[in-house]
Write a protein that binds this ligand. Structure first.
Ligand code: HCB
Length: 212
């Protein structure tokens, strides 16, 4: 049943069984269960446990890479079932990307897909995005919100720089900013003057809705 499949998905992630992640995801989708629940109750806590194991040195980089690919594939499959259902009009635009120097994009991928599902018009700049490209995209797409993601303490400072660059270009008053990623906190968002902090994908959707 649904609960069991979600538990299997979470365990396949936290116990590092990449093939099983995709298999369980496919079975879940075939049963027609709600993809959002698989993401919030399966993928998110599973990845949290992997993060803890990685921090402790119980799992290593090459394993996390293979696992990361499987999780990305799984979340894309889950979220593609949702986007097909979405009939909302897409008026509010969001440009999102992972800050320069940072290649972590699993979380950003989930966030951007969820925002899309919730009816936002999304421009995903990808990962390791030069700050100048965020500015170019702000000019080209004139988004309501600019979202950025950083998973490392070394790259999150790019978010502060981006705030300054938007200000210097005279764009900051037109665009709201939202930031997120493992080293980001509400306090950090306040400190650099970002408009919102998204703790996870669901929270990011809520915050984005409040910003527009
Ligand atoms: Co990576 N890595 N890693 N890593 N990695 C972290 C992030 C560390 C914390 C692990 C550690 O050492 N404790 C660490 C950073 C330490 C620091 O802060 N300085 C680290 C390091 C050091 C590195 C390398 C430098 C390792 C090396 O090469 N020696 C290297 C980075 C290279 C680079 O970027 N230039 C590296 C590489 C990798 C991969 C490739 C193996 C893989 C990434 C695969 C990929 O993304 N395609 C990876 C992974 C998977 C992790 C951990 C284990 C998990 C990250 C993850 O995907 N979490 C992570 C450990 C951890 O986070 N504690 C570790 C799951 C997602 C769903 O959560 O937080 O990303 P999330 O996103 C959430 C949430 O934050 C929010 O919503 C999402 C969904 O719920 N959110 C937003 C995210 N972005 C948002 C934006 C918004 O606007 C709003 C909300």
């Amino acid at each position: 049943n649904k609960k069991e499949l979600i538990k299997n998905l979470k365990n396949a992630i936290s116990e590092n069984r990449p093939d099983e992640i995709v298999e369980v995801t496919e079975e879940y989708i075939e049963n027609g269960y709600d993809s959002k629940d698989a993401i919030s109750k399966g993928i998110t806590p599973g990845m949290r446990e992997i993060g803890e194991k990685f921090d402790k040195g119980d799992i290593f980089l090459p394993q996390v890479m293979t696992l990361g690919d499987a999780v990305s594939e799984s979340s894309e499959k889950l979220l593609s079932t949702l986007s097909e259902d979405s009939e909302e009009t897409k008026e509010d635009k969001i440009v999102i990307g992972t800050i320069e120097g940072d290649i972590h994009d699993i979380g950003k991928g989930i966030v951007q897909m969820m925002l899309k599902v919730e009816g936002f018009d999304l421009v995903d700049l990808g990962r390791d995005v030069p700050l100048d490209d965020f500015i170019e995209a702000a000019k080209e797409h004139e988004p309501d919100i600019m979202g950025s993601s950083a998973l490392m303490t070394t790259t999150r400072s790019g978010m502060e720089e981006l705030e300054d660059m938007l200000e210097e270009e005279g764009l900051r008053s037109e665009i709201k900013t939202m930031i997120g990623g493992a080293p980001i906190t509400e306090h950090y968002a306040e400190q650099i003057g970002a408009d919102a902090y998204g703790e996870d994908a669901m929270d990011a959707v809520e915050k984005a809705k409040n910003l527009v």
